[in-house]
Design a protein around this ligand. Structure first.
Ligand code: SF4
Ligand code: SF4
Length: 505
């Protein structure tokens, strides 16, 4: 039985009886990358003591000898004071532990090596990493990395069972006759098109979000038939290139997203290089194989709120049960854009900041256009309140949400929920090499439509890794709420008093 189906028959008595089950799902590569390297010298006599004492499963027998250490599980320096520290306990002095030198070249300031490694750990186990791996914050010197929670000093986290803490959020607050749609965690998947990622990854995302009762998004590039079983958990996107947009796909889903702009590339539109326009991608997009495809900026038919309303009306007419989401970047007047979208009839305003995006987004756009997302969230939240419409509009944000702590910070700044993308790719072992757009695409089978490379991803494996990651995030979000004395993620919205900015300590 696949992981998504299994969730539907989950244990009774949970908050949602279908909460998916965590299953340990190791790396698909022979040597997983960890923070530490454990070496066993030839002095080893295979006495098995290290296998007996290490609670993290680093040491194992392989027949009569010891297997190569699973050093990615080692907690390294944090173990030195433990009685079971294998380096000290080995009767032959055969073991050594040191920092993995790959940390010097892996990742970048935003996605630090430790954030990558901790995300892989959570995707494998569904648990928060033990030891000293930094899993909450990056090292960019800005954005969410300059903000942290200030928990009430001396206050023990509330001893409330997990199931009594709610992470559910409604997506339709307008009372407009359209369906109530709720998701079980304040996270859904961002638009990643058929063409930019492999079909296996697309399907795995849909299955994982179905299991968590949330949504994935097709991005701009069509709606593959393989997603039809997950229609109720798919958002389809209408973007400026209108690639793959058909009335029948709009009618399939519960949420349709207009993408006006992308936070990582505001004002630039989208670009799929010719190499990635395979015959299958071209067929889906009604284009010519091998030809690069552009999604222009902006919608050339929209220059006012009135034009925008015509767009929203069009979708609402074609699909009377769909909610409409409007995805915009963060120009300085983003608060006015949000209010305009409300008056045009949107249910969700989705702000996309510039910290996200793949290797396809040029740095000059990411770093020099539009407002940092942490400012935009507060601005929009406050302006919607001043206009008396905050309770009717769902505010979703994206662009560099990497961790459960980023999710909670975005909500404390004023968002109702977040959209993620890169974290999902990291969960299926993206290494942030930024080669997504080159040649046949990702050598790890993630951001590619090359038929051979795509086979590197097994759908069941990827689905379970995503399920596990969100299980670990859920634990952390619940723990944050407990520490703040809250029972519901909705209590956290706009609570900037729970945050501290390092620049204003
Ligand atoms: S404790 Fe030392 S000698 Fe014994 S199996 Fe482990 S590494 Fe080898
Ligand atoms: S090419 Fe693959 S591994 Fe590299 S950044 Fe892109 S998705 Fe990640």
């Amino acid at each position: 039985m696949n992981a998504a189906l299994q969730s539907e028959t989950g244990p009774e008595g949970t908050a949602h009886s279908g909460r998916p089950e965590v299953r340990v799902t190791p790396s698909r590569f022979r040597n997983a990358i960890g923070k530490y390297i454990v070496r066993r010298s030839k002095e080893c006599i295979a006495c098995g003591k290290c296998a007996d004492i290490c609670p993290y499963g680093v040491h194992e027998f392989a027949g009569k000898t010891m297997a190569r250490p699973k050093d990615y599980r080692c907690i390294g320096a944090a173990c030195e004071n433990n009685d079971f520290y294998c380096v000290r306990q080995c009767p032959q002095n055969a073991l050594s532990v040191r920092l993995n030198p790959i940390l010097e070249v892996l990742g970048d300031k935003r996605w630090t090596p430790e954030l990558l490694i901790s995300t892989w750990y959570m995707a494998e186990t569904g648990e928060v990493p033990p030891g000293d791996i930094e899993y909450k914050i990056g090292d960019s010197g800005g954005g969410f990395d300059r903000i942290e929670f200030c928990f009430p000093p001396g206050r023990e986290p509330d001893a409330v069972p997990d199931d009594e803490v709610s992470l559910r959020i409604p997506l339709n607050r307008r009372n407009d006759g359209r369906p109530e749609v709720e998701i079980d965690m304040p996270v859904y998947g961002g638009g990643m098109s058929y063409g930019s990622i492999s079909l296996s990854v697309m399907i795995a995302r849909a299955r994982a979000y179905q299991a968590w009762n949330s949504f994935t998004c097709t991005g701009e590039g069509g709606y593959p038939e393989e997603l039809y079983p997950y229609d109720d958990h798919v958002i389809t996107q209408v973007a400026t290139g209108l690639f793959g947009v058909r009335e029948d796909t709009i009618q399939r889903v519960r949420i349709v997203e207009f993408k006006y702009a992308q936070g990582a590339k505001p004002g630039l539109g989208g670009h799929l290089l010719g190499d990635k326009v395979t015959p299958a991608v071209a067929k889906m997009r009604e284009a010519v194989p091998g030809n690069a495809l552009f999604s222009p900026f902006p919608f050339h038919s929209v220059y006012s709120v009135e034009d925008h309303k015509k767009h929203v009306d069009w979708i609402k007419h074609i699909n009377p049960r769909a909610l409409v989401s409007v995805k915009v970047s963060t120009p300085t007047d983003v608060d006015m854009v949000a209010v305009g979208s409300y008056h045009a009839g949107a249910n969700i305003i989705h702000l996309d900041g510039s910290y996200g995006g793949t290797g396809a987004a040029p740095d000059i756009a990411k770093k020099n256009i539009a407002m940092p997302i942490e400012y935009a969230i507060v601005k929009v939240h406050n302006f919607l309140k001043e206009e008396g419409i905050r309770d009717e509009m769902t505010l979703i944000v994206s662009g560099g949400i990497r961790t459960a702590y980023d999710v909670a910070k975005a909500i404390a700044l004023g968002a109702d929920g977040v959209v993620v993308g890169t974290s999902e790719l990291v969960a299926v072992e993206c290494i942030r090499c930024a080669a997504c757009e080159s040649g046949r695409g990702c050598a790890r089978g993630i951001a590619t439509t090359d038929p051979e490379l795509s086979k590197l991803i097994d759908e069941d494996w990827a689905t379970q890794r995503l399920i596990n990651l969100f299980a670990a995030w859920r634990r952390q979000l619940i723990e944050i709420l407990r520490k703040l004395g809250m029972r519901d993620i909705r209590e956290l919205v706009g609570r900037t008093d729970c945050l501290k900015h390092f620049d204003y300590e």
